[in-house]
Each structure stands twice: as C-alpha cells, then as structure tokens.
Design a protein around this ligand. Sequence first.
Ligand SMILES: Nc1ncnc2c1ncn2[C@@H]1O[C@H](COP(=O)(O)OP(=O)(O)OP(=O)(O)O)[C@@H](O)[C@H]1O
Length: 268
Amino acid sequence: MRLSACNVSWSKGGVSILENVSLDVVPGEFLGIVGPNGSGKTSLMSLLAGLRRPKSGRILVDGQAIDRLSRREIAKRIALVEQQAETGERISARQAVELGRTPHLGALAPWSSKDDAIVDEALRNVDMERLAARLWHTLSGGERQRLHIARALAQQPQVLLLDEPTNHLDIGHQIGLLQLVRQQKLTAVAALHDLNHAAMFCDRIALMSGGRIVALGRPSDVLSGERIAAVFGIDVDVVHESGGRCHIRYRPPGSPVVEMPVLRRISS
Ligand SMILES: Nc1ncnc2c1ncn2[C@@H]1O[C@H](COP(=O)(O)OP(=O)(O)OP(=O)(O)O)[C@@H](O)[C@H]1O
C-alpha cells in the first residue's frame, strides 16, 4: 500500500508545526523519520495515521484521500503505535493484543479461532507469550511497549506507523524489534532517535528539522556529517558502507576530525 503526504502543512494555536511536507511511502519499504525533539515527527505520524487533518495539503492512501475513509477502513490498513500509548483498563496482556482485531470484527465476523491464532502469533513475535495472562498494570515499560507492537501486528495492517517504538526497550529488544519490523511483509514508517538504528534497518530516511523534511533518501545519502552538525548541533564521523548504509560515530566535543574509511561488506 502506498501512503503519501502531499504538500502537507499543520499548525496549532496559530503556530506553524509542519510546513509543506511531501513524502511518498513506497509499498514494502521501511522508512525512518529522524530529527531533533520538536521537529515534527509525531505530528507527521498522526497526520499519516489520519488522526489529524492537515491545514493544507492531502494525505493519500493508495491515491485516495484519507479523509474519505471511515475509521474502521483506515484501521484495517494502517496501525499506529503511539509514543505514550497507555491503557487504564484492568486487562491482561493477551486482551490488550486482542484489541488489535477490533477493526476486523463485526456482526457477520465474530471472534473465531483464526483471531486466536493471529493473537498467538503476535505475542510470539514480540516474545511475550509467557506473560500473556499477566495484568497490564503489573508489566514493565518495555513489556508494555512490546505488547503495543503486538497489538499493532494483530491488527494485520498494510502500513505500520511506529512513533519511537524502541522507547523503554533494552538494547537486545530494540534490535530485535527493528529486525522484526523489517521482516514483516508490510510497509513501515518509524520515528527513531537512534541514527545508527535508522541507518541499520531503514531503506530510506527522512530527516526533519523545524517542521520540514530537509533530506530524504538512503541512509548514507541523508546522514552526512555536515547535515547532522547543522540539524543536531553535534560533530560526528560517518563510516560509509556498501548498499547505501552507514555508521555514525559520535565525536566528543573538541576532538579532531578523523578520515573515515569506506567499508565494503564482504559477502560470504
Ligand atoms: N497539540 C499541540 N499543541 C501545540 N503545540 C503542539 C501540539 N502538538 C505538537 N506541538 C508542537 O509542535 C512541535 C512538534 O512536535 P512533535 O511532537 O511533532 O515533535 P517530535 O519531533 O515528535 O518531538 P520529540 O522528538 O520530542 O518527540 C513541538 O514544538 C510541539 O511543542
């Protein structure tokens, strides 16, 4: 499924937050959105999910304006994992994941063993099967975050939107989650803070600053030292790898510039 933002602007209380943002998420790709705090990543995600309407411009789902689709139609195609998604309900881990099936259920489509199997698989995917019976309020931040992802997977969307999905996760589960997203046969867009995670897992990266996309392309084309310095105000050394990937080394303030080699992956 193709998801597009066409010249989208959004403002709140007279303050411009997104300005003329255009983005085409290609079917099957994993697109990363990076940028400093307040650059507009979450605002863009909520427009892409159809939760907010742009002041001008359009969000298109396979060429169709998103505001012409019902909430249920959107939910069958797009799942959003928000940054501070919480539930105050007294529900179990499994029940939280079962909520992902809601858009697919109805009078003519009651809960069935197929839904159970989808929920089982989603729990397995995030390594949470053994805690399925636990009550939500007894779970750690990282366990809850993994369940939010499982709920989104159980929704069986065509596009998965993730706002800082690795928050609260230990490094093993951060890498595991990004790898899991990459392995899914769906289109994914993730707002990420870790530039190396974006460079490692994303096919393309959109770099945001001040409510605009300032660069969009393959990791090694977008994440240049000059651009990172201009947008984040830090000095880095970038090691370019083959296949458009790169690795960023953060330089301690005041340390000299190092010529970084170009690395080529040796395939076995
Ligand atoms: N509902 C709102 N009302 C007023 N200002 C808002 C609203 N939502 C977002 N903003 C402002 O818009 C700007 C962009 O916010 P947004 O949450 O999209 O940034 P972000 O890139 O996701 O930031 P972070 O990395 O800190 O999560 C910020 O300055 C924020 O304060």
